[in-house]
Design a binder for this molecule. Structure first.
Ligand code: ATP
Length: 329
C-alpha cells in the first residue's frame, strides 16, 4: 500500500504546524519522520492515520483519496508511546481485542482468533507471556505486545509514534533492530516518528527530515548523511563543528573527520587542548582555536599518535578532512 501526502497544511490557531507537505511513500517501505520537538512529525502522522484533519491537501492510499475516510476505514495500525495496553486484559486478550471487535460478518471464530494471536505472539517472540497482565511485563515487552495488537487486524499501513521513546538506551537499540528485521519479514508500509537520528539511520529505508512544519530533505540514510541539503540537516544528523575561516566564512565538519597532529603541518590549524575524553574505541579531544568562541571536538582512534602523553593546555594541530561549505552566512 503506497501513501501519498499531497500539499498538506495544518494550522493550530495562528501556528503553522505543517506547511504544504508533499511526500510519496512506496509500498512496503519503512520511512522515518525525523526532526526536533514541535516540527510537526506527530501532526503529519495523525493526518495520515485520519486522527486529524488537514486544513488543506489530501492523503492518498494506493491511488485512492482517503481524505474523507474515517480512521476506522483507513485500515491502519498504530503503536504510540503512550498508547497503553488494556490493563485489565491478559496479553492474549489484548492482542485478540481488534479481531473480537470486528463486525459479526467479518469476525473470525474463537479458534481462528486463538490461532492468529499465538502466531503473532510467536512473531514478537513472546508467546510464553500470553497469560500475563500488562503490569507484569517490562517496557520493551509491552511495546512488542502493542505491536502484535496493532498487527492483529492485518492493517495495510503501520504507524509508529516514538514507539520506543520511553525505554532505556539498550532496550531501545535491541527493539529497533528487531523492528527492522520484522519489517523485512512482513513487508508492511510503515511510517515511524522519531527525534533520534541514530534510530532513524539504523531502522529506516528513507528518512524525511522535518523542521518547523516543512520537509528539509528526503533520502536514504546514506544520502541525507553524506549529502545534507541544508545546514539544518547537517547539524541534525550528527555532531558537528564550526570553524571560522574569515569574516562571514566558515566550514562545518564532523568530529571523526578531523586529522590531528602534535607537529605543525601545512594547512593544519593550531589549537589548545581543553579536554581529553576516552570513549572506548575512540578518544574525544576538545580544542580551543584562538579568536573563536565555539570549541572544536575531534574524535580519533584511542591509540592515535597525537594522543600519547597528551595533556590539557598543550597545542595540537588539526585539519578537517571532509567539510561542508556554508555559503549563506
Ligand atoms: N491540538 C493542538 N493544538 C494546538 N497546537 C498544537 C496541537 N497539536 C500540536 N500542536 C502544536 O503544533 C506543533 C507540532 O506538533 P507535533 O506534535 O506535530 O510536533 P512533533 O514534531 O511531533 O514534536 P514532538 O517530537 O515534541 O512530539 C507544536 O508546536 C505543537 O505545540
Amino acid at each position: 500500500m503506497s501513501i501519498e501526502v499531497r500539499n498538506v497544511s495544518k494550522r493550530f490557531n495562528a501556528f503553522q504546524a505543517l506547511d504544504s507537505i508533499n511526500l510519496d511513500i512506496h509500498s512496503g517501505e519503512l520511512v522515518a519522520l525525523l526532526g526536533p520537538s514541535g516540527c510537526g512529525k506527530t501532526t503529519l502522522l495523525r493526518i495520515i492515520a485520519g486522527l486529524e484533519t488537514p486544513d488543506q491537501g489530501s492523503i492518498v492510499f494506493h491511488g485512492e483519496d482517503v481524505s474523507g475516510h474515517d480512521v476506522r476505514d483507513r485500515n491502519v495500525g498504530f503503536v504510540f508511546q503512550h498508547y497503553a495496553l488494556f490493563r485489565h486484559m491478559s496479553v492474549f486478550d489484548n492482542v485478540a481485542f481488534g479481531l473480537r471487535m470486528k463486525p459479526k460478518g467479518e469476525r473470525p471464530s474463537e479458534s481462528k482468533i486463538a490461532e492468529k494471536v499465538h502466531e503473532l505472539l510467536n512473531m514478537v517472540q513472546l508467546d510464553w507471556l500470553s497469560d500475563r497482565y500488562p503490569e507484569q511485563l517490562s517496557g520493551g515487552q509491552r511495546q512488542r505486545i502493542a505491536l502484535a495488537r496493532a498487527l492483529a487486524v492485518e492493517p495495510k499501513v503501520l504507524l509508529l509514534d516514538e514507539p520506543f521513546g520511553a525505554l532505556d538506551a539498550k532496550v531501545r537499540k535491541e527493539l529497533r533492530r528487531w523492528l527492522a528485521r520484522l519489517h523485512e519479514d512482513i513487508n508492511l508500509t510503515s511510517v515511524f516518528v522519531t527525534h533520534d537520528q541514530e534510530e532513524a539511520m539504523e531502522v529506516a529505508d528513507r528518512i524525511v527530515v522535518m523542521n518547523k512544519g516543512v520537509i528539509e530533505q528526503i533520502g536514504s540514510p546514506g544520502e541525507v548523511y553524506e549529502n545534507p541539503a541544508s545546514d539544518f540537516v547537517y547539524h541534525f544528523l550528527g555532531d558537528s563543528n564550526r570553524l571560522h575561516l574569515s569574516e562571514g566564512h566558515h566550514v562545518l565538519f564532523r568530529p571523526h573527520e578531523v586529522s590531528l597532529s602534535r607537529h605543525e603541518i601545512e594547512g593544519h590549524h593550531p589549537a589548545e587542548v581543553r579536554d581529553i575524553r576516552p570513549l572506548g574505541a575512540t578518544t574525544r579531544v576538545t580544542l580551543k582555536v584562538e579568536g573563536q568562541s565555539e570549541l572544536i571536538e575531534a574524535e580519533v582512534v584511542k591509540d592515535h599518535d597525537s594522543l600519547s602523553g597528551l595533556a590539557r593546555g598543550e597545542t595540537l594541530f588539526f585539519k578537517p578532512k571532509v567539510w561542508q561549505k556554508v555559503a549563506n552566512i
